[in-house]
Ligand binder design. Structure first.
Ligand SMILES: [Zn+2]
Length: 387
């Protein structure tokens, strides 16, 4: 197989450190070598020489998307689900937009039609997709568009069995409603009591499946954490004490700030701008508490939700996390290495020999990772340049 040698004036290595004059050797989809070149070398030794002011980063990872939704119109998205000729081109475009923004893997947070799972199986040129298929929620509560409503524990085993057989990678549980955008502090209530929740988590873990949990509101997040879930998604109004437990137990937080912030671009009569702003600010403060408590924070956008387009929302989430106080180094880690760990993909998350050749070429104009995410010139995924 042909070996490609890329000369990288600067590159962020495995330890998150900036390194100069690096040669990235790629064969097929993999990095087969990463070494330092000394300035005496000439350009013709390389197949590709990246511009002198460029910097190469590991591909980004979005821990929370919904491929079934387009980020603009919820009802129109739903209207496409039953017809492959309608949703396939749309999802293809979304995946393209995602890759273009440097996102080389996504975790799909489910939908009732299992579009995310179908896309994983059907689409060829795409970021790596980790899929939850259909979510588990309490029948009659929030989550009808996301998956399986269940009412009793006896059905649980069957539901998880079926999901596993369908090829899901992780289990998505909807543990609460959503945060209100017109009444500050209001959240749709918790869906499962602790015993029921523990059964869900235990059943998923018995199958070797991690549990990704939609939870907002102090009580729902606390119950999910006590039940032993693997990640908390959204987590609006999480308590300080719950964050401490998350830190101790290694439960990851995917705060999806842009899921609320993205609403500011939508002038919906039923939604109140001040409430959204206040909710966002409150959330940022909690992220700073989480950082202080040592909680592992990952980047997830909830792309597909109204006001959260696929791909370009990632940098907005990075900016929010930066506002919340995460340092540049912490952001880089959250956007790549932590994301890969959350998605259980050890081929991604950093640039090193043996890993996937999925990387971003950008410029560092002192804006740190946020600026770099805005100035992407090239994306390579599994050895191929994305055009
Ligand atoms: Zn979601």
């Amino acid at each position: 197989m042909q070996v490609m040698r890329y000369f990288c004036p600067r590159l962020i290595n495995e330890d998150g450190k900036y390194q100069s004059n690096m040669i990235l050797k790629v064969s097929g989809k993999k990095i087969i070598g990463l070494s330092r070149e000394y300035p005496t070398s000439t350009d013709d030794k390389y197949d590709v020489v990246f511009p002198s002011d460029s910097i190469v980063l590991p591909g980004f990872i979005d821990c929370h998307v919904h491929l079934a939704l387009d980020g603009i119109d919820f009802n129109q998205s739903l209207g496409r689900w039953q017809d492959d000729s309608l949703w396939v081109p749309k999802v293809k475009q979304q995946l393209k937009d995602t890759l273009k923004c440097g996102i080389v893997a996504v975790r799909d947070g489910s939908d009732k039609a299992a579009i995310g799972l179908k896309a994983k199986k059907l689409m060829v040129a795409k970021p790596v997709i980790i899929s939850c298929g259909k979510a588990i929620y309490q029948k009659g509560r929030y989550g009808t568009f996301l998956g399986h409503g269940i009412t009793n524990i006896n059905k649980l085993k069957q539901v998880i069995n079926d999901l596993a057989a369908a090829g899901i990678n992780q289990v998505k549980v909807v543990a609460s409603g959503i945060v209100s955008f017109n009444q500050y502090g209001k959240v749709g209530g918790p869906q499962f009591d602790l015993d029921f929740f523990k059964e869900i988590v235990n059943e998923a873990h018995r199958k070797g499946l991690r549990v990704m949990t939609h939870a907002s509101g102090a009580e729902a997040v606390e119950t999910a954490v006590e039940a032993g879930v693997d990640s908390i998604e959204h987590g609006f109004f999480v308590k300080k004490d719950t964050l401490r437990k998350m830190s101790q137990r290694g439960i990851v937080w995917v705060p999806t700030v842009i899921a609320a912030g993205g609403r500011l671009n939508f002038n919906r009569p039923a939604e109140n701008r001040d409430v959204i702003e206040k909710t966002v600010n409150e959330h940022l403060e909690r992220i700073s508490w989480a950082k202080d408590a040592g909680v592992t924070i990952a980047v997830g956008t909830d792309a597909g939700a109204p006001g959260v387009p696929h791909g370009k929302s990632f940098v907005k989430e990075l900016r929010y996390l930066s506002q919340a106080g995460l340092t540049n180094e912490e952001l880089i880690k959250a956007a790549s290495e932590t994301g890969a760990a959350v998605l259980e993909i050890n081929q991604l998350g950093s640039l090193a020999e043996g890993k996937s050749a999925s990387f971003i070429v950008t410029r560092d104009n002192n804006g740190g990772i946020v600026g770099m995410a805005e100035n992407i010139s090239d994306v390579y995924h599994q050895g191929r340049r994305i055009s």
